[in-house]
Design a protein around this ligand. Structure first.
Ligand code: ZN
Ligand code: ZN
Length: 345
């Protein structure tokens, strides 16, 4: 098969011919229809997130099952599918509770093994991890779902528990933040977007943000600005960027009994949060790490009926031969929207 391979961290990703993946006994091989290019792929390429070299990245994909192992009961060749970026083992207490997103034995195509910047990709524990794609959800749209969009969906719904009319503050309007803006607005929340980029804030408005705060502006007191715009603070606030300052600001932006959800990764280690406010205002603090396959149907229904339109988040659709260029472009600031590689229909 053809795949994009890099031999070392930072080395040029090259489109080349490699052996097809073996089908795991409990898994499937998927012919990739489309696959997103995510900043997590860039982190792996740069060596921030160790992988086995040479490596094939790519973890946000959708496609068609072409082979299923003897232990797979629910899936067959020809099924249109996608998967969460974190695939559970299927057998531990967390997976059996439906929380594969925190499985301690999880596998992640594109990180723990070869990924989807390839014509074929293997997925372990297929019965626990595959998600059926409705016929009217195309591969490019579905490739947006597995990582950033699903993480945002879980943050807004399961952790944030936003209700119509609630104020949802979204700090950081990259792929995951704009997903949260779209999801919050579609569910009836009043969305306030925060970013340092005027272009990102304009995009957030297009996707449903009612108010925006330019964090690069002259007033650095975000909590006061958010408090004034929302009449007392956000009911739910998401750090979709991942920085100690943003995480703390997100907590300060909450009204009493509000909920902070940490979505942006914090690779630098422990982060100080204003725990005095957490107790005085009875705030809730959550982390969100993707979403298990079990929880996809509720999101997929909203995608299939057009309530959620993740395809609007796609900026550029490229070919497999352009993956290296797309990864290199992430050395700079994020472009407008998600980049998706299309291999088939
Ligand atoms: Zn991703
Ligand atoms: Zn497990």
């Amino acid at each position: 098969m053809k795949a994009v391979v890099y031999a070392g961290y930072g080395a040029d990703p090259v489109l080349t011919q490699v052996a097809d993946p073996d089908c795991p006994a409990d898994g499937v091989v998927v012919a990739v229809g489309a696959t997103g290019v995510c900043r997590s792929d860039w982190h792996a390429w740069k060596g921030h997130d160790p992988v086995t070299l040479p490596h094939i990245g790519g973890h946000e994909f959708a496609g068609v099952v072409v082979a299923a192992g003897p232990g797979v009961t629910g899936w067959h060749a020809g099924d249109r599918v996608t998967v969460p970026f974190a695939c559970g083992c299927g057998g531990c207490e967390h997976c059996l509770d439906g929380d594969a997103q925190v499985c301690p034995r999880q596998t992640q195509p594109g990180f723990t093994g070869p990924g989807s910047f390839a014509e074929l990709v293997a997925v372990r524990a297929a019965d626990a991890n595959l998600v059926a794609l409705p016929a009217d959800v195309d591969f490019v749209t579905a490739a947006c779902l597995g990582c950033r969009f699903a993480t945002a969906f879980r943050a807004v719904t399961a952790h944030g528990r936003v209700r119509p009319g609630d104020w949802l503050a979204v700090h950081g309007c990259g792929g995951v933040g704009l997903s949260a803006v779209m999801i919050g607005a579609a569910l009836g929340a009043r969305v306030l977007a925060v970013d340092v980029s005027a272009a990102a804030l304009a995009r957030a408005r297009e996707l449903g943000a009612e108010a925006v705060v330019d964090a690069a502006g002259p007033d650095p007191d975000l909590a006061t600005a958010v408090g004034q715009l929302t009449g007392g603070g956000a009911h739910v606030s998401i750090d979709a960027l991942g920085s100690p300052a943003v995480a703390a600001a997100s907590v300060r932006c909450l009204r009493r009994r509000g909920r902070h959800v940490q979505v942006g990764l914090l690779p630098g280690g422990p982060v100080p949060l204003p725990m005095d406010l957490v107790i005085a205002r009875e705030l809730e603090i959550y982390g969100s790490h993707g979403m298990a396959a079990r929880d996809y149907p509720a999101m997929m229904r909203l995608v299939a009926d057009g309530t959620l339109r993740p395809g609007r988040l796609v900026g550029e659709v490229i070919g497999l031969g352009d993956v290296g260029r797309a990864l290199a472009a992430m050395d700079g600031p994020a472009g407008a929207g998600m980049t998706v590689v299309r291999l088939a229909g």
